[in-house]
Design a protein around this ligand. Sequence first.
Ligand code: XMP
Length: 333
Amino acid sequence: MENNKRPDEMQRITNKALANAFIDEQIALIRKQVGDKKVLLALSGGVDSSVVAALLIKAIGKQLVCVHVNHGLMRKGESEQVIEVFGKELNANLVYVDATDRFLDLLAGVADPERKRKIIGAEFIKVFDEEANKLEGISFLAQGTIYPDILESVKQAEGKKAVKSHHNVGGLPQDMQFELVEPLKLLFKDEVRVVGETLGLPHAMVYRQPFPGPGLGVRCLGAITRDRLHALREADAILRDEFDKCGLAEKVWQYFIAIPDLKSVGVKDESRYEGWPAIIRAINTKDAMTATIEEVPYPVLHKITARITAEVEGINRVLLDLTPKPTGTIEWE
Ligand code: XMP
């Protein structure tokens, strides 16, 4: 427990010099802990697991085995970025598993959000477990635990009804008999980002907005279908691109598209065109417990609407969600 408490005198890592000192210290500690043994890491491509991967690659190189499970619910280009950065640039020992069909087959016809979360979480563990069992001689499991995770896990939930299960797809089997390597466990998120950039990870990866473990699965509302999921991924990529171009990406905490399982009548090329609405959600928050709405300028909204309706098959309307949290949650499911 003592090892899980941030010492009062620990300096906040705010610049590259401090980050380098932290990195050097951790490299020595990791080498001492791991020796010549092998370490396994579930690499989602999120900020924390990416920074852990980069740190461990620097400390122990190919003794780290990264497993990236693509559950088919990633945003456009994310798995490709993991392969590019870790597989190619950092020359990591990377196992890439495309489990898209497994996940989408299991989710077919399932409309209830909590059941969807449970299926995604359980299947993730199963796939990861299968991959881990194929590997020989693994002694350690690395995790991207950060200090807020430790602080939150100490608190007891109060007697209110749980809002949603927040299943983090990074959650791993309880019965794995590995010793843990958690080099970021005393750091806050802003410090993790400074360490990540100092380790040379791309800015977009280190400053990635939060993305739920179940991914686009909780934004393709109701029962997921491949065509609607595809439309969602494309529309979301356009939203991200336009937010990048106008500077909102740096400013807004979380922004994404959700698509309900509902079609409305529209018109395209002078013919009736039934399609889904793409719902834009752009929120700001400190701790994700409450959230306010970003006031996205109308010209940006018009541009996004024009692009999505022109470029994405199956979408004929674009809507803007103006609901703060409460009463809306940040995600729609
Ligand atoms: P809500 O929708 O509860 O979201 O207001 C608060 C924050 O948590 C994220 N979120 C999740 N993250 N697994 C996750 O890892 C989940 O099941 C999940 N559900 C919501 C959400 O994106 C927001 O940042």
